[in-house]
Design a protein around this ligand. Sequence first.
Ligand code: 13P
Ligand code: ZN
Length: 335
Amino acid sequence: MPFYGGDELATVYDKALDEGFGLVASNVAEPNVMMGLIEGADQADSDLLIQMSGGAASFAGNGDPEAGLRAMGTYIEEIADQYDIGVFLNMDHQTDMDFIDMQVESGIPSSIMIDASHEDFEENVARSKKVVEKTEQADEEILVEAELGQIKGVEDEIVAEEAFYTDPEQAVEFVERTGADLLAISVGTQHGVAKGKDLDLKPDLATEIHEALSDHGLDTPLVLHGSSGLQPDQLSDFMNRGICKVNKDTRYQYEYSRTLFDLYREEPNDIVPPEGVEDERDAFFNDVEWSPNKDRFDPRVGGRNVRERIAEVYAGLAEVSGSAGQSLYKSATHR
Ligand code: 13P
Ligand code: ZN
């Protein structure tokens, strides 16, 4: 069963913390990106953490996030079964307590992120602690990620105009009071197309937070959101500072559209009639001297390209974050 729960995910984070690498937590909203990621992780010999936001779950479920979680959960499990790396599912940036209840009861996610970082400190503590308590009632282990500080940019339904860097001493109090298993910190990354040169990154602050937690006997893995905007050298500079989970979404969104765009622009007239020919789409070109080309417009052609490109991109990212060659579960099944 390569689709694992929180217990197994905790062992991957233990190893990541010891050896200074990070899992690239990769957002999906549909199956092609998901399949590309699993293939890429297998090629890189890395365990894989897939994640879904509320909006992505809703999209996958035709407007019903619970249906989306069940559908994608089953889909991930079926595909993960074809591989022997460990595959995990995190619910990203969750804010809706009723949906979180459903997630806990479903037993599908390996971990859940409660995002109350936009609230004041006390409310953030209260909500995050509540989610920890909910997961304690679950039959199986589910890890909880909570966030302190604010990351600028747009991620799904979460919009922040301004960044607030995480304070190390407050981080200690936050983890002690909430009991969160992972802590998402704000150290200058941004959600979205944030190009590396425009960021005010503070890698040393990640180290300070990590050390402050360690000084209080807490070996909490840290989470870096908004990593699409980081250049490879900027990302690797964040490794070995307690960061064990690196979130990536925007990059895959771009690769998805760019891959399809490249395919269709190679021979645009495989898809749309040339200039001067009537675009008689409703009659499926019955009366025009031109036909669309099924060798290009079959969705499987574009879908395969997307899977291949995402696999390539993921494998490259796993090298940069250091998780390549570190799969705990691949080596476990080969033992
Ligand atoms: P990017 O979209 O900037 O990669 O951020 C992803 C993220 O933080 C998901 O939680
Ligand atoms: Zn995020």
